[in-house]
Design a protein around this ligand. Structure first.
Ligand SMILES: [Zn+2]
Length: 113
């Protein structure tokens, strides 16, 4: 995604955090990077409507490869059906930002009528 360019930028800014205005700039950059890493657009597997995700998540446990398994969930704002997804944290994280739904695999079910 953003990768090396951002890393260089962060390092440059970090090395220049010597006064208050630079500190503010640094925090602003962090916020920007944080936000630009968020993929918040998602599609409901039940009604196919598009919306910004507002998921919560919880750690289920670890699998045999020592990856932490998280379940993500919310109620669809359009059809009120549950949206449930699974994400593996390959570095064994015990916390994942629920707003970052990159890599979340949504479970599908039969559409109710
Ligand atoms: Zn829906």
């Amino acid at each position: 995604m953003l990768g090396k360019k951002v890393k260089n930028l962060v390092e440059r800014i970090f090395n220049n955090v010597t006064n208050e205005s630079n500190t503010k700039l640094f925090l602003g950059m962090l916020k920007y990077i944080y936000n630009s890493n968020q993929n918040t657009s998602m599609e409901c597997p039940t009604c196919q409507s598009q919306f910004h995700s507002n998921m919560r998540n919880t750690l289920v446990g670890k699998n045999k490869r020592n990856a932490s398994i998280f379940v993500y969930f919310q109620i669809c704002p359009e059809c009120d059906e549950p949206i449930v997804g699974i994400k593996e944290a390959t570095r064994g994280e015990v916390y994942m930002n629920p707003n970052n739904i990159d890599g979340v695999v949504l479970l599908k079910k039969e559409q109710r009528r």
